[in-house]
Design a protein around this ligand. Sequence first.
Ligand code: ZN
Length: 180
Amino acid sequence: MITCPKCGQANDGSAMNCTNCHINLQWALENATVIEEGRQRDLEECASSLIVTTTDSIEGRITSEYLGVLAVEELRDSTGEFLGSSDVADTPGVASTPLSAAIRDARQAGLSKLREQAAIIDADAVVGTSIDYVLLSSSLVMVAVRGTAVRWLPRKSGGVDGGTLASAVTDVLGIALGGG
Ligand SMILES: [Zn+2]
């Protein structure tokens, strides 16, 4: 059996091409690193085009599916040094701390991880996003970012609706949490 490096499909040991994505398996196996880099790049592109908002819905869009809760928390010290990351589901937030740079970096990292999580599950947007700050000690801050990942109904391009922008959120993917 050969596991396709591109799509993960299990192929017969004698297969030339992947039965799922049709890539040449020998080439794919020899170039697994290149394929993984491409996959990572695609994911980053997806993540950067996702809408992340604090609102519960997005103008002109109807949610069709809730895809589930996502969570990432990151710990950093006052120098901004990364101390760890977890999938803790929720964190009560307490605002304000002098560690502004560390907090800013943590928040940015949290938001980008939230985007990445949403991209992985093929979300169109993350709604209801909130950011909580927890000062764990005088030099230790946790930033918890969370939101609900959703998928939309396809945008209508005319027809009986007269070309309204109405489209529906098709999937609510869950709460996305990013921490920094
Ligand atoms: Zn494949």
